[in-house]
Write a protein that binds this ligand. Structure first.
Ligand SMILES: [Fe+2]
Length: 358
């Protein structure tokens, strides 16, 4: 179908071509080829802002790892950069117009800031990031990118990504049986297949919320997480105005989920936008990934940007080797992703979010 859409596009029937891409994306929301073609069509129509959004969608679905593995055979992050420049060349007044309206437009502010940042126009970018500070998903992203320009203590990948070793708290046998039970219960959970993220080639499954589940291993893990989070909250010193230390919640709920990755599976760079603290407990880790030091297959990675070319990233990064029995916690606005797994053995992370409640 993508070939048909490309033919229509080439023959100048942009409307029909776009209609076909919509059809493809209805079937597969993360179809990279359809996203790229949409971006091409939108660019031809002079809708640079929308074209940028679609190409960023393609980057989100396939970050660095598969830059050229698409139907078109080209480097689409490069295309994103060029589109961002075109977006900037458009009359900035167009972007000013309506910036006070809704979230969609707030997203345009963020794009504008990022485009400026990618061109090294940091001071102008900062001014746009300031406009994004409105307390939603955009706010978190703005914070993150802003921190790459100003060393304002918002990101500390060494000090604020914390490990908790459950092997210090439970004996080896208890850990093993907990991990086995978590794996079996996750795979057998009624929500396990509901949120399949298009199996191939992403190999990723995520359950619904398990926090209220009466199933023993989930309950156990829930309690263990709560204990660690409470210890952490008691240790932290509040700092007014800081997105993490300034918002330590008095009360919170835990959102708990199981995330399974198969061979080749990965999580694209993302943040957990409505939480204060996020984390993951490794219940099952592929053997091969652990010994693959060169490519860090299956590692948890912090600091890869996801707007613009992932390769043009400036700023700190941190790679974390997954290990069964270990839990990691970090401020929810830290961008993170998984390096694609290689092993046939599935990888199970029990992810969680600490969500403030009033
Ligand atoms: Fe995550």
């Amino acid at each position: 179908m993508i070939q048909q859409a490309v033919n229509l596009c080439e023959s100048g029937d942009l409307k029909a071509a776009f209609g076909l891409t919509l059809k493809i994306l209805k079937e597969r929301t993360d179809d990279v080829d359809a996203l790229i073609l949409q971006s091409i069509i939108l660019e031809r129509k002079g809708r640079f802002g929308d074209a940028v959004t679609q190409i960023h969608g393609a980057i989100l679905c396939r970050p660095k790892y598969e830059d050229k593995h698409n139907f078109f055979g080209f480097d689409y992050p490069r295309m994103a950069r060029s589109l961002e420049r075109n977006l900037l060349k458009q009359d900035v007044a167009v972007n000013h117009h309506g910036l006070k309206t809704d979230e969609a437009v707030r997203h345009a502010q963020l794009l504008m800031a990022t485009a400026l940042q990618l061109q090294g126009r940091d001071q102008e970018a900062l001014a746009w990031y300031e406009k994004c500070r409105l307390g939603d998903f955009t706010h978190y992203l703005a914070l993150y990118y802003q921190s790459l320009i100003t060393d304002d203590g918002l990101i500390d990948l060494e000090g604020e990504i914390l490990a908790v070793d459950f092997k210090d708290r439970l004996d080896a046998h208890e850990i093993d049986s907990l991990n086995e039970a978590l794996y079996a219960e996750t795979k057998g959970h009624p929500t396990f297949n509901r949120e399949v993220h298009r199996e191939a080639p992403y190999q990723k499954w995520i359950t619904g919320d398990l926090a209220e589940s009466p199933v023993k291993p989930f309950k156990r893990l829930h309690e263990m997480i709560r204990r660690e989070v409470d210890h952490l909250r008691a240790r932290l010193t509040a700092r007014t105005g800081h997105p993490f230390y300034g918002t330590i919640p008095e009360k919170y709920r835990i959102h708990l989920f199981g995330a399974v990755l198969g061979p080749g599976g990965f999580h694209s760079p993302h943040i957990h936008s409505d939480a204060w603290l996020s984390g993951g407990y490794y219940a099952r880790v592929p053997e091969i990934g652990r010994s693959d030091d060169e490519e860090h297959a299956g590692y948890l990675e912090f600091g890869r940007r996801f707007l613009g070319d992932p390769e043009s990233f400036r700023g700190p990064k941190r790679l974390i080797e997954p290990e069964e029995g270990l839990m990691w916690m970090w401020p929810s606005y830290y961008i993170h992703n998984t390096v694609p797994c290689k092993s046939e053995r599935e990888r199970l992370t029990m992810g969680f979010n600490i969500i403030p409640v009033s």
